[in-house]
Design a protein around this ligand. Structure first.
Ligand code: 18C
Length: 253
C-alpha cells in the first residue's frame, strides 16, 4: 500500500519525515516484516548445524558474494527465568552494551529517530591481520501482540544505514549488518493469579538472525572460524548477563 510517507519519499527521490514518522520509518517497517517472515521459515537444505550447547543451536548457510563470505546465521535458544521483553531491552539499550559485547572497541548513539529507534556508530575490535571494521546502523525495538491470551513477541533489529556523522574513514572498513533478535515468552504451569508468576515459571524462546558482510575481502576460513567461535560466545555471555541483571528485579512482561 502506498501511504503518504512512501509518496513523499518517492516523489522527491529521498527519504524525508512525514507527519511524525521519521525519515527511515518505511525502511524499519520493511525490514521488521522481512525478519518476522524469515524467522518462521523452515530450516531446510543448505543449513548446517555448526554448534550445539544445551538448548542453544547455531545454524549457518555458506554463501559467498564476489569471493566475500556473507554466511547467513540463525541461532535458536531457550533461556529460563527471563522474558522476551527483558532480553530485548538489554540487547537494545545503549548503556548495557559494553558490559556484554566483547567484540567492540566503542559504541555511541549518533541520532535518536524516535523513542524506539536510534542510530549507532560502533568500532569493532581489529582481527589481525585484517583491517579494522566499523559499523553504522539503525536499531529498533518493538513489541507485537499476537492475541489476548499469548505473551507478545519482542524484537530488536539492527540494520546498516549511512549517516553524515559517520563518514567512512580508511583504513577502517565499514561492515554491513542486518541482525534481529526475536523473542517469545512462555509461561509454564501458569498460576491462577497472574500476579503469582515467578521467574521459575517463565522461559524465553529466542531466535537470533545475522547477515553480516565484512565489507571487503577477508580470508574465508578466517571469517568462518571467528564466526563459529564468537557467535556462541556472544549469546552465552549476553544471556548470562541478562539472567544476572534481572534475577532480583520484578519480572518485566
Ligand atoms: O548482534 C550483536 N551485537 C549488536 C550490538 O553490537 C549488533 C552488532 C552487529 C555487528 C555484528 C558483526 C560483528 C563483526 C565484528 C568483527 C570483529 C570480530 C572481533 C572478534 C574479536 C575476538 O547487532 C552480537 C554480535 C556478535 C558478533 C560475533 C562476531 C561475528 C564475526 C562475524 C564475521 C565478520 C568478519 C569480519 C572481520 C574479519 C575477521 C577475520
Amino acid at each position: 500500500t502506498i501511504n503518504e510517507a512512501t509518496f513523499a519519499a518517492t516523489s522527491n527521490g529521498e527519504n524525508i519525515s512525514v507527519k511524525g514518522k521519521h525519515r527511515l520509518a518505511n525502511d524499519v517497517e520493511r525490514v521488521v516484516q522481512e525478519h518476522l517472515t524469515y524467522v518462521r521459515e523452515e530450516m531446510c537444505d543448505g543449513w548446517d548445524l555448526i554448534h550445539e550447547e544445551g538448548e542453544m543451536k547455531v545454524y549457518r548457510r555458506e554463501v559467498e558474494e564476489n569471493g566475500i563470505v556473507v554466511d547467513p546465521l540463525k541461532i535458536f535458544h531457550a533461556i529460563q527465568g527471563v522474558t522476551g521483553h527483558e532480553i530485548c531491552h538489554y540487547f537494545w539499550e545503549y548503556q548495557h552494551r559494553m558490559e556484554w559485547e566483547t567484540t567492540l572497541d566503542s559504541t555511541k548513539i549518533i541520532e535518536a529517530l524516535d523513542q524506539d529507534t536510534v542510530i549507532f556508530f560502533q568500532m569493532h575490535k581489529r582481527v589481525w591481520p585484517t583491517a579494522q571494521r566499523d559499523s553504522c546502523f539503525w536499531s529498533h525495538i518493538r513489541c507485537i501482540s499476537n492475541s489476548e491470551e499469548d505473551q507478545p513477541t519482542w524484537l530488536v533489529v539492527n540494520y546498516t544505514t549511512p549517516h553524515p556523522l559517520a563518514p567512512i574513514k580508511p583504513p577502517q572498513v565499514r561492515l554491513i549488518a542486518n541482525v534481529a533478535m526475536i523473542c517469545e515468552t512462555i509461561i509454564n504451569e501458569p498460576p491462577l493469579n497472574p500476579k503469582d508468576i515467578k521467574r521459575e515459571n517463565i522461559q524465553c524462546k529466542l531466535a537470533y538472525v545475522a547477515f553480516v558482510n565484512p565489507g571487503g575481502w577477508v580470508p574465508s576460513a578466517a571469517v568462518r572460524n571467528v564466526a563459529k567461535r564468537e557467535y556462541p560466545r556472544f549469546l552465552r555471555r549476553f544471556t548470562s548477563y541478562v539472567i544476572e541483571q534481572t534475577r532480583d528485579k520484578p519480572i518485566l512482561f
